[in-house]
Design a protein around this ligand. Structure first.
Ligand code: SAH
Ligand code: SF4
Ligand code: F3S
Length: 440
């Protein structure tokens, strides 16, 4: 029996795409292994959002050279966002001539044929440029209680710092009927959580022949019978509609958890980033969400050190973080990406200033996270048990609340996949700890 191993980098989109790579390989009779030495195919599903990601992946790919030397029949392939950039694909080819397959995000569905060709000794280096919606790729799900479901591919926004529109193409929505039947099937198979994926879920349906809004899609999915949770990532603040907020508020199945990346708190930085909203509009949106969904958990992404960001701009970001009170925050140091408008902007910020700002940003958010955690102590919250917590031995399970907070608890039986009411007793950094009061 031939075996495969997939190294996945980047966002949830890639995590799900690796399930498609696994689906293609499983349909060819391969089975999964976690041991590199045992693998007959190793795929790198890559990310290029920041330079640190790219250089780390380059290093990892290089390390497979010795595996290839030991086992010449091993097929090593690179796919994903990094290799979709033609100049990076060229670099990979030159630097690592031992690679058997280099393929982009746009032509991933051809992976099966490329593996066949590689198996008879042919190198396959092909990066497509026609991005489409392919409904024929099999999916081999690996994500436990949660199932990922793409609703829209690509991005039209061209934020000036971001490489994604160049490596994922323009927005393409899947049809509402196809999404509904996929979710019905997943719920029938026993998945307890469905997470809808898109770079900008609020754009869903605008490009369809029979247009459908994201809110309409949410309502339709929430009507499917069975107990399951519905989540989605990511929302764009410029596009999040009041109908969408109303849908979340109205349906108990839709989690009260919104990932709403703000990126910066200064209007001049937001304008240079091409985000198309102001800090005032963002904070107003947060207020409107909280008015309709009082227990909502709002999370966000913020980048420090974008070109031209002054100390004053950064203080505006800290001020926005204080005001928005995110339940958690993903913070990043701006990384210049070749091919984006931001790459050639003036007044790039030095590394030390970026370091200083990210440290202050993280400290600011940590204080808020702790304050919010304090308010949960003593409360009973429903969680979906997702897994054992790998940080602890055996009997520590973890799950998330409806608003997205991670809760650890001890239990003697395997309760993965169950819903449970948990009484929160304490918190350590961002993680809550509790005791089960009722299994459901
Ligand atoms: N489509 C999603 C985000 C995708 S990228 C959205 O619009 O919300 C995830 C996060 O990576 C972004 O929100 C941003 O904060 C960060 N990011 C994107 N490009 C970056 C860059 N060049 N340098 C540093 N962080 C970046
Ligand atoms: Fe990138 Fe902006 Fe598109 Fe998100 S919305 S993927 S940050 S260009
Ligand atoms: Fe995701 Fe990285 Fe691509 S964040 S869309 S895998 S560039």
């Amino acid at each position: 029996m031939k075996k495969y191993l997939i190294h996945t980098y980047g966002c949830q989109m890639n995590v799900h795409e690796s399930e498609k790579i696994a689906g293609i390989l499983e349909s060819k009779g391969y089975t999964e292994t976690s041991d590199e030495k045992e693998a007959d195919v190793i795929m790198f599903n890559t990310c290029c959002i920041r330079e640190t990601a790219e250089s780390k992946i380059m290093g990892h790919i290089g390390e497979t050279k010795r595996l290839k030397a030991r086992k010449p029949s091993l097929i090593v392939g690179v796919c994903g966002c990094m290799s979709q950039q033609k100049e990076v694909a060229e670099k990979l080819k030159k630097r690592y001539p031992f690679l058997d397959v280099i393929i982009g995000t746009s032509n991933l569905s051809e992976l099966g044929e490329m593996i066949d060709r590689a198996n008879v000794g042919k190198h396959c280096y092909e990066i497509g440029d026609r991005f489409c919606v392919d409904e024929n790729v099999p999916v081999f799900r690996t994500s436990g209680t949660n199932a990922w479901v793409n609703i829209i591919y690509g991005c039209n926004n061209f934020c000036t710092y971001c490489i994604v529109p160049y490596v994922r193409g323009r927005e393409r929505s899947r049809s509402k009927d196809v999404i509904l039947s996929e979710v019905k099937q997943l719920v029938a198979e026993g998945y307890k959580e469905i997470t809808l994926l898109g770079q900008n879920v609020d754009s869903y349906g605008k490009d369809l022949d029979k247009p459908c809004t994201f809110a309409e899609l949410l309502y339709a999915i929430a009507e499917i019978d069975g107990k399951f949770r519905l989540r989605f990532v990511s929302s764009h603040p410029k596009d999040m509609s009041d109908e969408c907020i109303a849908a979340i508020a109205a349906s108990p199945k839709i989690c009260n958890n919104i990932h709403l990346p703000v990126q910066a708190g200064s209007n001049s930085v937001l304008a240079r980033m091409n985000r198309k909203y102001t800090r005032e509009q963002y904070l107003d949106l947060v207020d409107r969400i909280r008015a309709k969904i009082p227990d909502v958990g709002i999370t966000s992404d913020i980048m420090v050190g974008f070109a031209g960001e002054t100390e004053e701009d950064f203080l505006q970001t800290l001020d926005l973080v204080e005001k928005a009170r995110f339940s958690s925050l993903f913070s990043f140091v701006y990384s210049r990406r070749k091919g984006t408008v931001g790459y050639s902007m003036e007044n790039q910020i030095d590394r030390a200033t970026k370091r200083d700002r990210i440290t202050r940003l993280i400290a600011c958010q940590n204080k808020i996270t702790k304050e919010i955690s304090d308010t949960y102590t003593g409360k009973v919250m429903e969680i979906l048990v997702e897994d054992t917590n790998p940080k602890y031995a055996g009997d520590v399970y973890c799950g998330r609340t409806d608003c997205g907070r991670l809760v650890n608890f001890k239990y003697t039986e395997n309760v993965v996949g169950s819903f449970a009411d948990v009484k929160i007793k304490e918190h350590r950094s961002a993680t809550l700890w509790g005791d089960v009061v009722k299994l459901k």
